[in-house]
Design a protein around this ligand. Structure first.
Ligand code: ATP
Length: 296
C-alpha cells in the first residue's frame, strides 16, 4: 500500500506561495487566486481568500473544520456554487481560461474533459434505474463522441482499471446491487472516463470502511502516477491528505490558516489550529504516513 505521496517534500520550506514556478511550457491545470465567496442572501463572506496552483500530476489537499469552506471552494472551481453564492473577489483559471468568461456550454464541455469531481455518497450521483456500465458509457458517448459499441468496450476497460473484479458482470448491474466501495470506484471511473487533467475528490472516501478507503486512495495515487492526473483532495482526515498530497491548505472559518508542503505542515505545524488538528489525529496513526519515504 502507498504510505506517502512520492512527491511529498521532506524538507522545510516557507509556508507562503509554495509550489512550482509556472512556465509557459507547464501551464497550471488550475490556478485559484485569492478567491473570496459570499452568500448573497445574508450578504456574508464565507470564504476569505483561497489560493493554490495545481500542475499536472500534483496533489493539493484541503483540510479543516466542518463549515470552513472547503466544499464551497471546490464548487466554485467547478462552477457549481449553490444558488445565491458567488465569487466576489479573486480568480479561478482552468488551463489558463478565467472561469468568469465561460458560457454555460463551455462549462459543460470542460466538466469531465478537463476537470472532474467525485464526492461522498456515490449512490446519490448515479441513476438508480440505469445499469452502472451504461452510465459510464453515456459519459463516453457524450464527452468523447464514442459510438455505442466502442463506449461499452471502453467502459468495461475503465471498470477493470478501477480494479472491479469481473467488470463485464458489474457493467450490467444496478447501483443497488453494489457496495459503497464499488459505487465509489464506479463514480471514479465515470469521472476519469473523459480523461480530465484534474480530479476533485471531496470527502470521497469518508463514508467507506478503512480497508476500502485505503484501496480507493491507492487507486487515486495510481491514476495520478500513471496518467498525470492532478488532484484536489478535500478531507477531514489528515492521514488521507498525508498519504496523497504534496501540498496542503488548512482552513478554518473561511480562512486559510496554513499552507505548505504536506510533510512540513503536518510535521511542524505553525498555526495553533493545525497543531490541534495534528494532535487530534495522532491517535489514528498519522505518524506512519509522515515517515520519510525510503528509497526503494
Ligand atoms: N447550499 C448552501 N446553503 C446555505 N449555506 C451553505 C450552503 N453550502 C454551504 N453553506 C455554508 O457555507 C459554509 C461553508 O460550507 P462548506 O460546505 O464549504 O464547508 P466544509 O468546510 O466543506 O464543511 P464540511 O467539512 O462539513 O463538509 C458553512 O457555514 C455552510 O453552512
Amino acid at each position: 500500500m502507498t504510505t506517502l505521496s512520492p512527491n511529498a517534500a521532506p524538507e522545510r520550506t516557507p509556508r507562503t506561495a509554495p509550489g512550482p514556478t509556472d512556465t509557459p511550457e507547464d501551464p497550471p491545470v488550475l490556478a485559484v487566486r485569492d478567491v473570496h465567496i459570499s452568500d448573497g442572501v445574508t450578504d456574508r463572506e464565507i470564504v476569505h481568500g483561497v489560493s493554490f496552483t495545481l500542475t499536472p500530476g500534483k496533489a493539493v489537499g484541503i483540510v479543516g473544520e466542518s463549515g470552513s469552506g472547503k466544499t464551497l471552494t471546490c464548487r466554485a472551481v467547478l462552477g457549481i456554487l449553490p444558488p445565491h453564492f458567488e465569487i466576489t473577489a479573486g480568480s479561478v483559471e482552468i488551463t489558463g481560461t478565467d472561469i468568469t468568461t465561460l458560457t454555460p456550454a463551455r462549462w459543460t464541455a470542460l466538466r469531465g474533459t478537463t476537470i472532474s469531481a467525485v464526492f461522498q455518497d456515490p449512490a446519490s450521483y448515479l441513476n438508480p434505474s440505469v445499469k452502472v456500465g451504461a452510465q459510464i458509457a453515456e459519459v463516453l458517448r457524450v464527452k468523447k463522441g464514442l459510438k455505442r459499441r466502442e463506449a461499452r468496450h471502453r467502459a468495461v476497460a475503465l471498470l477493470r482499471a478501477v480494479r472491479l473484479r469481473d467488470p463485464e458482470l458489474v457493467y450490467g448491474q444496478y447501483p443497488y446491487e453494489l457496495s459503497g466501495g464499488m459505487l465509489q470506484r464506479i463514480l471514479i471511473a465515470a469521472a476519469v472516463a473523459a480523461e480530465p487533467q484534474a480530479l476533485i475528490a471531496d470527502e470521497a472516501t469518508t463514508a467507506l470502511d478503512v480497508t476500502v478507503q485505503a484501496e480507493i486512495l491507492d487507486l487515486l495515487a495510481e491514476l495520478r502516477e500513471e496518467s498525470g492526473l492532478a488532484l484536489v483532495v478535500v478531507s477531514h482526515d489528515l492521514a488521507v491528505v498525508a498519504q496523497l498530497c504534496d501540498e496542503v491548505l488548512v482552513m478554518r472559518q473561511g480562512e486559510v490558516v496554513e499552507h505548505g508542503p504536506t510533510h512540513a505542515v503536518l510535521h511542524d505545524p505553525q498555526h495553533a489550529y493545525t497543531r490541534l488538528l495534528v494532535a487530534e489525529h495522532e491517535q489514528y496513526g498519522l505518524d506512519k504516513f509522515l515517515e520519510p519515504k525510503e528509497a526503494s
